[in-house]
Structure formats: C-alpha cells, structure tokens
Design a binder for this molecule. Structure first.
Ligand code: GLC
Length: 807
C-alpha cells in the first residue's frame, strides 16, 4: 500500500473487492461477481445511477423505505466494452466499471471524472464473518473509498447545525434525542439523511448512501484526497446524481425519495404551541388573547397534557373534558388544532389501543420473544413495530379518536424512538421488529422508525379524511421523510447560539430534500427574553414552518409575553408573514414539483460564487428575498453579503449592487431583508388567519432595477385535491425596466381556478421621480405616485394586463 493510504483509517480486516466478471448484462444494467460479493450497476435515468454491493453472497435486495419511485426509464444507454472495462453512457453522464480489480467511477456530460473509486481501497467489507447475534444479522461493516477531485467542496447531510460546508468533516447518521443545549459539534441529531452534494466550479453532483443502519461519511477529513462512506452492516447501496446543477440534483433526489406534498394553506401561517397549556381553559385564553390583540395565528397545539394519563388517542376527562366543544369554539375564531402523538403505548389491560396492539402482535419484541417495554411519558410502554404495513394501518386508524373531535393535524414526537431508561436512550440494537413476516433488528430499523410512524400517520389521515391534505409533523426520520411529514427540529434552547444554529440547520435540510422544516421560535428549553423572542420571530417568519413552542415551566413566550416594544414588533412581523403567503405558497408548489428548497442557501442560486459557500447565517427565501437576521444580544448592525445583482432594502428602499459586503443597520423591528430588483413579490393583505376574508387585493411588489424579472404565481383552493384536476391558477408576471420606463405584463391564467378577488395592485417602488405617464393596456391610467412608489390598481376580472410606466 502506498503511504497515502496509510493516512486514511483502514478498518481491521478490510478487504476491497478484487477482480470481477460480468454475470448478467441488461440494456441499462450490469451484474458482476467479485469473489463472494455481487455488485450491480444500474442506470435508472440519464442522470441517475444506482450501485449495489452485496457482500458474502447476500441476496440482491435493495432497501426500499426511502424510495418513492420504482418505474424508471434510463433512456438510451450506450454500453461500451473496452479492454477490462465497461462503460454505460447516457448522454448526460457515464459510469465506468473497471474489472481488474473492480473499481467504479463516474463521468459528467463533458467527460470529466467525478466520484471515482479509490484505486487502492475501492469498496468492500471489514472484519471476520460474524458468527451470531446482532452482527450476524447485520453482516460485516461495509466501506467505500472514493477519490476527491481537488477543489471539490461538500454540502448537504441533512439536519446539521454546524454550518453549510462539510468539506473536511466527519458525519454520523444515527437518530438521537440529543442532550438539552446540544451544540454545533454534535452532528447526529433527530433525523438522518445520508445525502451528499458536491460542488466544483459551479457544477454539482449528489450521492445518496441508502443504508438505514448507523452510517458515517468521512469527507476528506483524514485525507484531503479521499472520501469514505461506511455503515456498520447491511449492503452497500448508493445512488449517484450527475446534476449538473444543484437544482437538477435535488430535483432527481426528490423524484427518487419523494416530494414534499402540497400543504394546506393554513399550515403556512403562524402556529402557537407550548407545553405550558395544561387545560382547555389555558388554550382558550391564549386563543382569545391572539384575537383581542390583533396578532395573526392559524393553529394552536395540544401537547401531551390533553391525553388521559398520556395514553395516546385519548382525552383527559379532567383537563380536556369537551374536546368537541373546545375545537369547535377555536374553529369559529379561525384556529386549527394540532395534537401531539407519541409512539409509546401505555401497557394497560383496560386500554384498547394497548390490548388491540398486543393481541395482534404489533409491538416490538425482545430477542427472547417477550414484548419489549420501556418507560416514556405514560409509564411503562410497548412500542409499535411501524415497519409492518398492518401496524401502520392499525395505527393510522386510531387517529379517528382525534380527527372525529375536529383535530386538523398530527404532531409525531419521540419517534427516534426515545425512551427514558437510560435517559434519552433508544431501543436496544437486538430488539426485534417482527415486520409482518420480514423481521429485522432495531439496529437495522432505528433510523427508519420516524419515517414509518409519519407514514402511518399520513396514510391514516388520508384514509380518514380523503378530501383534506394531511398535516403531519415529525421529529425523527430518514431520507424520504419529506413525503410524509414536515420536520421540526426538536428541543432547541432559548439561546442566541441556537438562533444562529437554526440558519445553517434549515439550509442544510433544504439542501437534503427536507424543505418543509422549522425550529421552535423562541427556543424550547430555557427562558427567552423579549429581545431574543423578537429577533427569533424576525427570522422565524421566513421559515417554511413557523411555530413558537416552549417547554413546561419555562417563561411564557407568546407574542405579548414581554410587553412593548416586543409585542408590536412581533405583530408586525407576523403580519408580514401573512402578507407573504402567496409567495410562500408559490414556493411550496415549486418545491412540490421540483424539490427546490423554500428557505435556500445563497449557494443554491449562486453556485459559481464561492463567497456564498460560507454565508451560513443569511439565506434566501425562494430566489428573491434575502434575509440576514441579527443573532446577538444588543446588536443592531450586521454584515451582509449580497450576491450579484441589484438588491433593495425592504424597509428603507436603499439600493445595493452585488456582489458586495455591506454593513446594515437592523434595529429591532427592521431585520435586514432585501428584495431582488425587477423580481415581483406577490402579497396579500395581512389577515389574522387564512380564510378570515378574501385575499383581496393581490399586490405585486416590484423594485425596478434596469433589468428583467419574472414570477410564476401559483394559486389554488388551498386544500383538497381539485388542483390535480386542473383547478389551479398559474400566472406569469414579467417586469422589464430601463431608462425609458418600466413594463409589467400580467399573463393569462393557466388552469381553471379563479381566485376570489376584485383588484390586483402593481406597486413599483424606488422610483426617483414621478413618471411622465402611466398606461394600462395602452390607455392612460390614474396611477398614484407617492414617496417614490407608483401604485396602479387593476380590475382583477380582466385577465392579461400590461402596465407601462414612462419615466
Ligand atoms: C419532547 C418534544 C417537545 C414536547 C415534549 C413534551 O421534548 O420535543 O416538543 O413539548 O416532548 O411532549
């Protein structure tokens, strides 16, 4: 072995696969044998490849829990058999398979190599063949060593708080309930998404290492020229996305693992939660205060105290004696109610959820066949084996006990799963998941448990209320969780550090397919202050999921809890969130269709600009709002990096030309938010909840900057599935501006949905002087000009319109 190889840690008994021969070849795949390993390389789509290595004569069976799509079409694949090497080429990319020894590498559309096996170490398994117990079920640990192309930089890896860039890092994928006050160095948190993005000179590729066992990535940490991907067992299965843009990689990754479903519109509003709400009266008092104080709120949450002795799918007769009445009264005031559900089922002979699950054999078992039990909130619990489809169906049906009372959404918690003995522990590795005949050990299912629970919940809601879009939240999960639930990031703390960490965390999740996500605003553990809460809301209204939540016993942190000036600042911010709903909804539809993140890192839009790679603490909402929150006590100025283009300060209208480093004054209530020039932002009037009144008028806010911009506004009924039958409205709005004037064109609506509104207002900001003339469809118009803003109000019944402003 060369000296270089010594620099990487090679596990004891590691054996790289050696010479291979072809055993089967199809039009888009090849199966090889190398010693006792079977290796299969398959082209699934022109930009998507799958490699599977099944060591020690294990059968060729791919993990399927994360995979949403199976009907692939590779397109035209050219197979070239060169001496000692096979090449499968698609036009978009190629995979090159050298046989002596077996080494696999990829080429992009212009033939540049990427993700090539390390010539010395390749892929293989380590250690002696296990004789019994958990190791025998898992098989030997598997490893894959890849060469790093100099200059390549790494991103993604799911829910990580440490920053955007992952080059030179070590990543662990194993779901945990971390200790209170977790820090940026703890990279394993509640969800595991072993998905990597790489960038070099603005071109991207991706890799999904589909192994739900505990797995690790070494991203050129020990050796700057190598990557290592490993798992403690299972087979070595990975998918390669050839890009070439980040957008392409995420599009294909979410095609493979599933898209974020269209949310109900109310889910994008502000949500209020706290474990401090112990009785129905507490909840009603909070709800009333929102309306009395004119503070927007769409949903209110019931934490574990609504249950009878924390038994899931029950109601406390003392504290929540009349759930129907409570939910109906809240509904009249425009609140939806979301209830928490934990996986642990109290062992209790008089409780039908337990006895029905026990009688059907639906709970996890010890290696000797008894019901596995541990302690969670209700005391001694049994744990459903959600890996069994019958268990998922049974669990899903239990939600009738909540939905029939009027509950609108379900919050799946503690599903790493977490148990109390030992504290923040989980099920032992050798716990058996019977799997309805496909038994697996917990070590093989652990990272999937959250996904399976969220799947059971979502499918249950779909069956119980087929005309509504399910609203499901999950704390834990694996790749693909996005198709079942949104993720909130568990128990953060009311610390400035955790406010900072939220930014890379949500951007990393957005880059890993988990676009619908949010952190607890104000922090869960510990006591917030008025300043921290206000700053957190200034950030939080730009999260795809916007919820304030806190731990029992902490200082109350509802929007009014700290008095003035915080209450007014928070009210204004939440009203801005409401105003932004048509923009957010448009971004959700884009995400649903293409996997593009909603809250996205600058590097997603500007991958050629490597100054964006370290912009951890600012982000884009879509492609036209740039947000740079204050995350320190007492600060009111901050540095902002503005990428190429023209940017306007949202509150003061100042114009900036990027790329530029600027110092921005951001006093409380005026966070540093910028709008991209010429890019229309759709706004509704501020409402206190979705549906309070028609969203009329629709405002198109534009800062003309001497260029071109466009918006593809998406609208539909905001719930249900009529949009699948064409009942949606897609409207293209363009803006062109130059020295002579500004032309805004509103295109004809595509789709049969007719938004309920009478006016469309075009608001052009940042003009130096009054225009000489404003024309609507060629006719002079009574537009107003005030403080640099031209406002044109259009009758919404007319479809395609042109507004022309002459300077
Ligand atoms: C967990 C959840 C938290 C919830 C609490 C009580 O800590 O993460 O959000 O409030 O349990 O149910």
């Amino acid at each position: 072995m060369t000296q270089d190889v010594a620099a990487v840690q090679i596990p004891d008994g590691y054996e790289a696969v050696g010479s291979a021969h072809v055993v089967e070849q199809g039009p888009a795949s090849v199966r090889l044998r190398a010693g006792t390993a079977t290796v299969e390389v398959t082209v699934l789509a022109p930009d998507l490849f799958r490699v599977g290595m099944f060591p020690d004569s294990r059968p060729v069976v791919y993990p399927d829990a994360a995979i949403a799509r199976h009907d692939w079409s590779a397109g035209e694949v050219t197979v070239a058999d060169e001496s000692g090497s096979l090449r499968l080429e698609t036009g978009a990319a190629a995979v090159v398979i050298d046989l002596e020894p077996l080494r696999i590498g990829f080429r992009d559309a212009v033939g540049r190599p990427f993700l090539e096996d390390d010539p010395d170490l390749g892929m293989g398994a380590a250690g002696p063949p296990p004789l019994g117990g958990v190791p025998a079920a898992l098989g030997r640990p598997v490893y894959m060593y890849k060469r790093r192309v100099p200059g390549e930089r790494y991103f993604g890896c799911g829910e990580r708080t440490g920053g955007l860039e992952k080059t030179s890092s070590h990543q662990v994928f194993w779901n945990v309930d971390p200790p209170v006050g977790h820090n940026a160095a703890m990279n394993a948190l509640y969800t595991s998404i072993p998905f990597l993005l790489a960038l070099r000179e603005g071109r991207a590729w991706g890799l999904f290492f589909d192994n739900p066992c505990r797995s690790e990535f070494d991203l050129a940490r020990r050796d700057s020229s190598r990557l290592c991907f490993s798992a403690i067992g299972g087979d070595l299965v990975y998918y390669v996305f050839s890009g070439p843009s980040l957008r392409d990689v995420l599009d294909r990754y979410t095609d493979l693992t599933g898209r974020t479903p269209m949310p109900p519109l109310w889910a994008l509003g502000y949500h209020q939660s706290s474990w401090n709400y112990e009785t129905a009266e507490d909840v009603e008092a909070v709800a009333r205060a929102f309306r009395e104080r004119d503070i927007p709120c769409d949903a209110i949450y019931l934490d574990i105290d609504y249950m009878d002795g924390f038994r899931v799918f029950t109601w406390s007769p003392e504290r929540f004696p009349d759930p129907d009445g409570l939910i109906a009264r809240l509904g009249e005031q425009g609140f939806r109610v979301v209830t928490i559900v934990d996986p642990g089922v109290r062992v209790d002979e008089s409780y039908s959820v337990y006895t029905s699950g026990r009688d059907a054999g639906y709970f996890c078992r010890t290696p000797t066949g008894e019901e596995y039990r541990n302690v969670v909130w209700p005391g001694v619990c049994a744990f459903p084996d959600f890996s069994d489809p019958n268990v998922r169906a049974w669990w899903g049906d239990q939600h009738a006990a909540l939905l029939d009372r009027g509950v609108a959404g379900i919050w799946c918690d503690m599903n790493e799963p977490t148990v109390f003995i030992p504290s923040r522990g989980t099920l032992p590795d050798d716990t058996v998941h019977p799997g309805g005949g496909h038994a697996r050990l917990h070590a093989q299912v652990h990272n999937l448990y959250g996904n399976y629970m969220a799947q059971a919940t979502r499918e249950g809601l779909e069956r119980l209320r087929p005309d509504r879009r399910p609203f499901v939240i999950s704390r834990a999960g694996y790749a693909g969780l996005q198709r079942f639930a949104l993720q909130w990031t568990g128990d953060n703390s009311a610390w400035w550090e955790h406010l900072w960490m939220s930014m890379p965390q949500l951007q990393n999740m957005g880059l890993s397919g988990m676009a619908w996500a949010g952190v607890d605003i104000g922090g869960f553990s510990g006591d917030a202050t008025g300043e921290l809460l206000a700053r957190w809301v200034e950030f939080g209204i730009f999260q795809p999921y916007c919820r304030n939540h806190s731990e029992k016993g902490t200082t109350r942190q509802e929007p009014w809890a700290f008095g003035e000036p915080y209450e007014s600042i928070i009210r204004n911010m939440l009203k801005l969130r409401q105003r932004l709903l048509p923009y957010l909804y448009t971004l959700f539809e884009e995400c649903h269709r293409t996997g593009a993140p909603i809250l996205r890192p600058l590097l997603f839009e500007y991958p050629e600009d490597d100054a964006t790679y370290s912009a951890d603490d600012e982000f884009l909402v879509g492609d036209r709002l740039l947000v740079a929150p204050i995350t320190r006590h007492g600060q009111s100025y901050r540095h902002v990096y503005l990428p190429a283009g023209t940017w306007f300060h949202l509150w003061r209208g100042e114009r900036y030309e990027g790329p530029a480093d600027v110092l921005i004054h951001a006093p409380l209530g005026e966070p540093a938010v910028f709008v991209r020039g010429d890019a229309p932002v759709p706004l509704w009037p501020a409402m206190n909840y979705v549906g309070e009144r028609p969203a009329d008028p629709l405002t198109l806010l534009i800062y003309p900057a001497g260029g071109r911009g466009a918006l593809e506004l998406y609208e539909d009924a905001g719930d249900g599935y009529a949009y699948l039958q064409g009942e949606y409205a897609r409207t293209r709005v363009t803006c062109r501006s130059d020295d002579a004037g500004i032309i805004v064109e509103i295109g004809a609506r595509e789709g049969s949905f007719v938004p309920e509104r009478t006016r469309v207002v075009v608001e052009l900001r940042g003009l130096e002087k009054a225009p000489s003339q404003v024309l609507v469809d060629g006719q002079p118009d009574e537009a107003t000009f005030d403080d640099g803003t031209v406002t044109v109000s259009l009758d919404a019944s007319a479809e395609a319109r042109t507004v022309e402003v002459r300077r």
